[in-house]
Design a binder for this molecule. Sequence first.
Ligand code: SF4
Length: 145
Amino acid sequence: MSVWYEKGIQFKCQGSGKCCSSRGEYGYVYMTLQDRRNMAKALDLNTTEFTKKYCTKTSGVYHLNENEDSPDCLFLKNNKCSVYTGRPTQCRTWPFWPDNMNAKVWSNEIVSYCPGINKGRLYSKKEIDENLKLEADAENELFIS
Ligand code: SF4
């Protein structure tokens, strides 16, 4: 079946930090068990310590604690991720999230929000679909971990 992004989409992070800043439903950085393991390792903590220190469970799902005085992610420092190698699936797969890949949402919201879109290398449909699957699997895992 043909999709609107059949020919791929260019994307290269421009370091705006915008996707690391809360906005409505994009507010939480959700954390699967594997995400918590990866980020704990990057911070040299065990998963339990990391979860206690940096995560909260809301409606049965773990996410990073929110900054009390800023909409920015706790780990955003000078517009850069300070735990880049351990960043969670949600951050790795941006902007190719299932909710974003509706043609109207993409052109009306995502393109104007993220300055990295239509810049840099071309992501093929296959790569985009792989990111979509990773993100969809992570969203499902949230409820079982
Ligand atoms: S973990 Fe890193 S990449 Fe993800 S929202 Fe926070 S600062 Fe951004």
